[in-house]
Ligand binder design. Structure first.
Ligand code: FES
Length: 155
């Protein structure tokens, strides 16, 4: 099944329903893991909105991805407790180490970096998760070390 046909089938229940754009995009993402560019155009046409509107929704809601996920997903908490305890500095360190911004995948395909709201572990702030593993009381060095350990274990 080619991508276009697959998208058409997935989005068919939302055809001509601009109010259900988000549900249509959810459906595509849960099937493909992300919403690629060609799918964005296809969804826009079927649902009956402009490609710019689709793009606007995808960039507004952080849970949507427009590129495939890395092998490991880093979720850095940007909630209040983590923010107060230096999540910005941790983010800077992760961005430098991985050479990506939030929502992006590292060039080697190993990591996707995401910012999330409270992870429910405020006592450990600042906190990030790598896949299902929680890393707390982070500082820039500790965050970099975690990434390097994943890389070392990969080799
Ligand atoms: S604010 Fe970061 S875990 Fe709650």
């Amino acid at each position: 099944m080619n991508n276009t046909k697959q998208i058409a089938e997935l989005v068919e229940p939302f055809a001509g329903k601009p109010g259900e754009l988000i549900q249509a995009l959810h459906r595509v993402q849960s099937e493909l893991g992300y919403v690629p560019l060609d799918a964005q155009e296809e969804v826009a046409e079927i649902v009956g909105v402009s490609p710019v509107q689709v793009y606007g929704v995808l960039t507004f809601y952080h849970f949507f991805r427009t590129e495939p996920c890395g092998q490991h997903v880093i979720r850095l908490c940007m909630g209040t407790a983590c923010h107060v305890r230096g999540a910005d500095r941790v983010l800077q360190a992760l961005s430098d180490e991985l050479k990506v911004g939030l929502g992006e995948r590292s060039e080697d395909g190993m990591f996707t970096l995401e910012g999330v709201r409270c992870l429910g572990a405020c006592g450990l702030a600042p906190v990030m998760m790598v896949d299902d593993e929680v890393y707390g009381r982070l500082d820039p060095n500790k965050a970099r070390t975690v990434i390097r350990e994943y890389r070392d274990n990969q080799e």
